[in-house]
Ligand binder design. Structure first.
Ligand code: SAH
Length: 343
């Protein structure tokens, strides 16, 4: 079954024609879905009832079931979606000064198994299709209204499902789609081999968040085991090259793990490595995952690490931690609900 949402909205008119329907009806449909937020054929009253009934049978627009909505004290709202094959994904809407930011997942589970992350604990269940990434956006939009920014920072490694992720982002950016500015989109990745050159070739000016976590190759490989990585320096050079293509400065993400990667000496190595590059550093104090042994560094250690970087004239944000919010870390809502069932 072709899912219409897997096809770029600019191609919807020809898809309708191929089905023996009218091209203009494809235009009506994309306007209804993306501009008006109508996500089911039944509600698309601008189309004749016979057309709606047929499309509902042959190609339903959305197939996910909204299984859970979790509201956190800080205003973040997380949704858990279940697909017909039992796969579950989570997506989050977070309040911000420039409207809500949506965070979507790129895979069900994650093959990368970062040693401090909940998403990879059970490995990869499967990739998500572009339509399934878009359904997360729709579900958040339906439950929480319009949004200003979108980050691909939920479950999964976008670099391992890049074609589908970029197709979904293209749909959000296309004028016939959501018409969103690429500058409001951020993709977070550990940068598996080939990912950054592929983003440079794609060329859209989205923002890159590069999950680095260590200035040293060996420790980085230990923390990010399940994937082929290039060296830290080569990876940063590729990110610089991407910046040359898109004009978007990038963010280096660094999860602070007590007595693993948070020593002042490591901050100094990081500062040397990052000096002269056009980037921002986002330090993320480790969020506790009950199954894992890591600890969040004390506030003093966090501040000392940030201070070394600031003294080297680097731009740094030290994320204030959202307390011990139970469901805060990636992949936890899904793990806490019943395991996925496959037919
Ligand atoms: N796979 C992508 C995107 C998903 S994770 C990536 O790694 O970038 C999004 C961010 O959350 C990453 O920077 C990741 O390192 C971080 N993260 C994962 N688990 C965390 C935890 N327990 N505490 C703090 N940050 C975490």
């Amino acid at each position: 079954m072709t899912r219409l949402l897997d096809i770029p909205p600019s191609d919807w008119p020809s898809w309708f024609e191929k089905k023996g329907l009218e091209a203009f009806q494809g235009k009506i449909a994309s306007r209804q879905v993306f501009q008006k937020g109508v996500y089911s054929w039944e509600l698309m009253t601008d189309l004749p009832i016979a057309v709606r009934n047929r499309l509902q049978q042959e190609s339903p627009l959305t197939i996910a079931n909204l299984e859970k909505v979790h509201k956190a004290d800080d205003g973040a709202v997380k949704v858990l979606l279940a697909f017909p094959d039992g796969a579950r994904v989570e997506a989050v809407g977070m309040p911000g000064t420039k409207g809500r930011t949506l965070c979507v997942s790129s895979q069900v589970g994650c093959p990368v198994r970062c040693t401090f992350c909940a998403s990879g604990l059970d490995g990869l269940e499967r990739n998500l299709a572009p339509s399934e990434i878009l359904e997360q956006v729709f579900s958040l939009r339906e439950t929480q209204g319009d949004f200003g920014r979108l980050v691909v920072m939920g479950m999964g490694e976008p670099g391992h499902n890049l074609d589908a992720v970029l197709k979904a982002l293209d749909t959000l950016i296309q004028p016939a789609g959501l018409g969103m500015s690429a500058r409001r989109i951020t993709l977070s990745t550990v940068a598996p081999k080939g990912t950054l050159p592929a983003l440079a070739a794609w060329g859209r000016p989205i923002n890159l968040a590069l999950s680095l976590h260590s200035p040293e190759d060996n420790l980085r490989h230990e923390l990010i085991p399940g994937v082929r990585l290039r060296g830290v320096r080569e990876t940063l050079d590729e990110a610089d090259h991407l910046f040359g293509r898109t004009g978007r400065e990038y963010t280096v993400e660094y999860v602070l793990l007590n007595e693993v990667n948070d020593a002042v000496e490591q901050a100094k190595s990081l500062a040397t490595l990052l000096a002269g590059r056009r980037l921002h550093i986002n330090l993320i104090p480790y969020n506790s995952v009950s199954e894992l042994q890591f600890k969040r560094p004390s506030r003093e250690r966090q501040l000392a690490f940030a201070e070394v970087l600031r003294n080297a004239n680097l731009s740094v944000t030290l994320r204030r931690s959202l307390g011990g919010e139970e469901e805060a870390a990636c992949g936890q809502l899904r793990r806490r609900s019943a395991p996925s069932v496959r037919p």
